[in-house]
Ligand binder design. Structure first.
Ligand SMILES: O=c1ccn([C@@H]2O[C@H](COP(=O)(O)OP(=O)(O)O)[C@@H](O)[C@H]2O)c(=O)[nH]1
Ligand SMILES: [Ca+2]
Length: 441
């Protein structure tokens, strides 16, 4: 098990990454709860801080959310502060840490998988003051990696993790360890991004859609503005979600098997197939002479380049097209919108200097295509990078254009953090958790 240095590069393990904008967040909070009467405000944390145990000064409370992704497990320890009963709480900061590989890599060793969770949870023991342990909920939600495992293997992992939680001093709510429904993944990431950018605050909502590209699945989520979108979308792509005293009617879908790493396997023809011993999977998206091994979801794959045949962007795009063409719903309305994009969209854009790794940036869809051509048609020049760089960029291009149907000039805001808080579904999930426990309104 190794710590992924790139994910943690800007975090300081064990120390609070304090948001620089607590005041702004307080403003956002206060406008998120516009109907708060004084008595409502007293209700806000009464379960968490019964009157006789309330500290006199500022109250701090925490929420611990684990993201068990297909490529890694991450802990987010969020801190909220309420300075006085008259002032609404602020999201003060986040402690973030991650480990690789993800839980699904421990499909045959569930105790070892749970051990990786325990090591992260130990950070929370240090971060949360002992007197708040019992009032701090801890939850783990697994995404596509576990969705792709057999029910039996996934359950074995989840029950080992549950034991770790139950042996911890934290509050373990019912259903604290589960596989998250894909549609929640999209909704909760949308809530996080639009909360952090302050777009849930006003009544004039100018929310932004979100695109998440994980290892095994990918999500698209936005708030439809046109009646047509509601009419033309499959029913299970539309969902109502209550948060912050508002109901959001969102378009969201999670495509299982369309994450970046699953797409590599699909391109190679190795997704959902029995892999014969020593079987070799070849692609025109890989360097000609390459022959190597790759482990994903506990399975070993041998892969390589087209030794004799073609390589480069054109044949690669045709291969990748087979994976996406006609497989995704294309809502008309998104063609002219801009979207926030993160996870592997961000990573591959940063890897190829399309954006700054720390700052992120704004791109057009065609920038990914331009970079894919540059990399695929000059693979030897990029040989020190991942052998999959050409395939990944080509897949991202095809997914955006042929999959979702974006225009060449659709704008993508590539973001890893907003106000020093990770743009992950985990913050939305923590709000939802605190709300369901009656800890927040
Ligand atoms: O807090 C996080 C969680 C994930 N990722 C990115 O998300 C991608 C991996 O997705 P994940 O392992 O979550 O796969 P999923 O289970 O969502 O398919 C990689 O680009 C990670 O760098 C990230 O940047 N920050
Ligand atoms: Ca993810």
């Amino acid at each position: 098990m190794t710590v992924d240095p790139r994910l943690t590069a800007s975090s300081d393990p064990g120390r609070m990454t304090s948001s620089r904008l607590p005041i702004l967040l307080a403003l956002v909070f206060s406008s998120l709860f516009p109907v708060f009467s004084h008595s409502n405000r007293e209700m806000w944390f009464q379960d968490l801080f019964p009157p006789n145990t309330c500290p006199i000064n500022a109250k701090t409370f925490y929420g611990i959310m684990f993201d068990a992704g297909s490529t890694g497990t991450r802990i987010h320890i969020y801190t909220f502060v309420q300075k006085s009963p008259e002032i609404l709480p602020e999201l003060e900061g986040e402690i973030f840490e991650s480990v690789k590989p993800g839980l699904s890599a421990y499909a045959d060793q569930p105790e070892k998988g749970a051990e990786s969770v325990k090591r992260l949870l130990d950070m929370a023991i240090d971060a949360v003051p002992p007197h708040l342990w019992k009032k701090t909920p801890v939850v783990l939600k697994a995404t596509a990696g576990l969705r792709l495992l057999s029910e039996e293997k996934a359950q074995a992992l989840l029950s080992e993790v549950k034991e770790v939680f139950e042996e911890s001093p934290f509050l373990v709510p019912e259903d604290s360890v589960s596989i998250m429904d894909g549609s929640y993944e999209g909704i909760l990431a949308w809530i996080t991004v639009n909360f952090l950018t302050g777009q849930l605050a006003g009544h004039n909502q100018h929310t932004t859609g979100t695109l998440d590209l994980g290892g095994a699945s990918t999500q698209i989520t936005f708030l439809p503005r046109f009646e047509e979108t509601l009419k033309e979308s499959p029913r299970d792509f539309l969902t109502s979600f209550e948060m912050f005293n508002s109901t959001y009617k969102l378009y969201t879908h999670s495509y299982l098997g369309f994450g970046l790493k699953a797409a590599r396997l699909a391109t190679l023809g190795a997704l959902n197939t029995e892999v014969a011993d020593g079987q070799m999977f070849r692609s025109s998206c890989l360097p000609k002479q390459l022959e190597a091994e790759w482990h994903f979801g506990g399975v070993k794959y041998r892969y390589g380049g087209n030794k004799e045949g073609e390589t480069g962007f054109k044949p690669c795009y045709l291969e990748v097209l087979k994976v996406v063409k006609g497989k995704l719903h294309q809502p008309d309305e998104i063609r002219g919108s801009s979207f926030y994009a993160f996870s592997y969209y961000y990573d591959r854009a940063a890897d190829t200097n399309l954006i700054d790794y720390e700052q992120g940036g704004v791109l057009e869809v065609r920038d990914f295509e331009r970079k894919a051509k540059e990399v695929c048609d000059n693979m030897e020049r990029f040989s020190s990078a991942s052998p999959f760089l050409c395939m990944d960029l080509t897949y991202i291009t095809a997914l955006l254009k042929e999959g979702f149907g974006f225009r060449d000039n659709t704008l993508l805001q590539l973001t890893k953090k907003v106000n020093n808080i990770e743009t992950s579904w985990t913050l939305g999930a923590t709000f939802h958790l605190l709300q369901s426990l009656g800890i927040t309104y």
